[in-house]
Design a protein around this ligand. Sequence first.
Ligand code: KG4
Ligand code: ZN
Length: 349
Amino acid sequence: MTLVLGIETSCDETGASVYESSSGRVLSNAVFSQIDMHSVYGGVVPEIASRSQLEKINPIVQEALAKAGVKIDDIDLIAVTKGPGLAGSLFVGLCFAKGIAWARKKNIVGVNHLEGHIFSAFLKNDFTVEQDITFPHLCLSVSGGHTTMYLVNGFGDYQIVSQTIDDAAGEAFDKIAKVLGFAYPGGPIIEKLAYDLDFQDYFKYPRTKNISGDVFFSFSGLKTAVLYDLVKRGAYQLNIGPVQENMTDELKKQVASSLLVCIGDIFCKNVKLAFKKYPQVKSLTFVGGVACNKYLKSRLLDECKKSNKNFYPASPQFCTDNAAMIAFVGGYRSINGHSDDLSLDVDLR
Ligand code: KG4
Ligand code: ZN
């Protein structure tokens, strides 16, 4: 039995998880989300994030151990997120993990946060590990910080196919939601508004052109197009903000619906191109906070069916930042002979 304690503090979630790598079972997954603390500011405030991490790290680790029914002495390995993320937040998890490793003479391994997301698709809702995802497969990883397509050749073996040249898709949801007058995070509210209009495309926002037919992501032009369309409709004034009498609830819904359909089209077009480029892949995984979106999941499922590929979206609890994915990656890294010592540092790359 190998018990891994995962610790994740890269941004605005404090996560701890116990994973039994020998049986492939997540025993616990404890998360504290700071969303309510940041929503009034329209985004994550780093200083608030790191202070909250400091406050929550011990209770969340204790919660994960208690839920798993194990004691710290039972743990064989500590897997901790080393980056990328907010330096101040990362330091909290890293110092905590190193403190335990030193005091209890535990092995420690640093995990790349993005690698955690890539392999989060393997963690099923019932806390077991998905056995059917074969290699190589494609992974579409989308959050507020990144939009990247990977070719995944094996555990810990992956390469970037394409990544956004500017904003992330989640950032587009967050920024447009803010323009419409909603708090952070914007993705869930955009989805809810679009659902009310049955995901109709009213405004036909511009789709990114795939230069030379290759996989390509860019979302800052879309954000600007939405903004200027609202200006044209008299619902928004640059440097002032929303014009209340014209920014009607109906218009907000139409914008949200058109935006979501547009991003769905962009994802589907790129997935189709990637399947063409890598005909050997049999599956697509969809991970990161934006992979909570039911509409986008149904669009990608349809696209996979058309190309005769399997589709594995991450479970919602493992889409947003969590320590189970970090423990999972730490587990196979350790089996593959990777380990770190107490000089382990934050790695922002
Ligand atoms: O992975 P995550 O929790 O944090 C990072 O950015 O690393 O992702 C948060 C992002 C935000 O941009 C949020 O708006 C988006 O995920 N998001 C969604 C949904 N739920 C969260 N986007 C679209 N639809 C959703 N249901
Ligand atoms: Zn993340």
